[in-house]
Design a protein around this ligand. Structure first.
Ligand code: CAA
Ligand code: NAD
Length: 287
């Protein structure tokens, strides 16, 4: 199956990066959809910043950057976004009901051959697929933040995802110059987040219990485990709302008590301190 047109739904932290890599590395025509013009503008602004960095470092030319931008079409209209898509990659917030509503719309508006992928961090692909009449073509395509830099895509097979769909997504990921791993079973958090998120929650508990300063918790893990970022910085980088939503999925699908979120995380999200994307989280990102 030949992929030429890709729709990316959600122009946030992940969606803008997925749109950029789809247009820049894979050479696809990309439709980028969000719910408000200001979110589309912010996403396109991030893409321009990233392309600017690559031009500055002479990894691509200004002409290449212009070509990439001309391949990305921001839109608020669902039909325009997905109407001719061969592949949809959904990168809207981590809420099952929202994703189901979106997949219902994709099923209605995309050509029948189109593959419907979700960038979900933790939600069951099998559940999302139930919102469509083509569960064989619904798959997890889990990128990592920042998409432009991180090399991995986790491919997640739902109960009814066909081998052919997995094969196409593997090829698309290769076209984007990503490495892939396959989650054969659709379990909450797949591989990476099943391991990462409990570590982030425990790092927040260390802050809560005042065991060490945020600086020292991060330093300990950077120097003691060679992580590029400490876990508190990484939680801010991922988005505290996303981290909390993933935790809720773990509570429902794995163990209610083991994944009980730290009260401090709930408090920060309630206060709208979501990390880097709101410029304030555990750290101050305003500079
Ligand atoms: N586009 C283009 N260039 C970018 C970029 C982007 N989006 N983001 C960073 N860069 C560039 C920087 O500008 C920088 O360029 P210069 O050297 O010219 O300044 C270069 O990449 C390196 O970045 P930094 O200097 O900021 O620092 P770094 O070496 O620490 O790299 C990082 C940054 C790649 C983000 C690194 O800190 C890192 O790997 N952090 C951990 C990221 C991680 O764990 N991601 C996974 C999160 S979990 C997830 O995604 C799954 C989920 O479902 C929640
Ligand atoms: P984000 O909050 O940065 O972006 C979400 C975007 O979706 C926003 O721009 C929002 O306006 C838009 N949106 C909301 N409702 C929408 C709708 N009905 N239709 C279209 N767009 C809509 O979130 P994010 O970090 O980009 O996360 C998106 C998805 O990617 C989530 O499922 C998340 O779990 C997953 N993910 C996140 C990370 C990460 O590190 N943040 C990594 C991998 C996967």
């Amino acid at each position: 199956m030949k992929i030429t047109k890709v729709a990316v739904i959600g122009a946030g932290l992940m969606g803008h990066g997925i749109a950029q890599v789809s247009a820049q590395v894979a050479g696809y025509e990309v439709y980028l959809k969000d719910i408000k013009q200001e979110f589309l503008d912010k996403g396109m602004g991030r893409i321009k910043w990233s392309l600017g960095k690559l031009v500055e470092k002479e990894k691509i030319s200004q002409g290449d950057a212009d070509t990439v931008l001309s391949r990305i079409h921001p839109t608020l209209d669902m039909k325009e976004a997905v109407g001719e898509a061969d592949l949809v990659v959904e990168a809207a917030p981590e809420k099952l009901q929202l994703k189901k509503t979106l997949f219902e719309a994709f099923d209605e508006f995309t050509p029948y051959h189109a593959i419907l992928a979700s960038n979900t961090s933790s939600i069951s692909i099998t559940e999302i697929a139930k919102a469509t009449k083509r569960p064989d073509k619904v798959v997890g395509m889990h990128f990592f933040n920042p998409v432009q830099i991180m090399k991995l895509v986790e491919i997640v097979k739902g109960e009814k995802t066909s081998d052919e769909t997995v094969e196409v997504i593997t090829k698309v990921s290769q076209q984007m110059r990503k490495e892939t791993v396959l989650c054969k079973r659709d379990r909450p958090g797949f591989i990476v987040n099943r391991i990462l998120v409990p570590a982030l929650l425990d790092a927040i508990r260390l802050v809560e219990e005042d065991v060490a300063s945020i600086e020292d918790i991060d330093k300990a893990i950077r120097l003691g485990l060679n992580w590029p970022m400490g876990p508190i910085t990484l939680a801010d980088y991922v988005g505290l709302d996303t981290a909390l939503n993933i935790t809720r999925v773990f509570q429902e699908g794995l163990d209610k008590h083991r994944y009980d979120p730290p009260a401090l995380l709930e408090k920060m999200v309630k206060e709208g301190k979501l990390g880097r994307k709101t410029k304030q989280g555990f750290l101050d990102w305003s500079r």
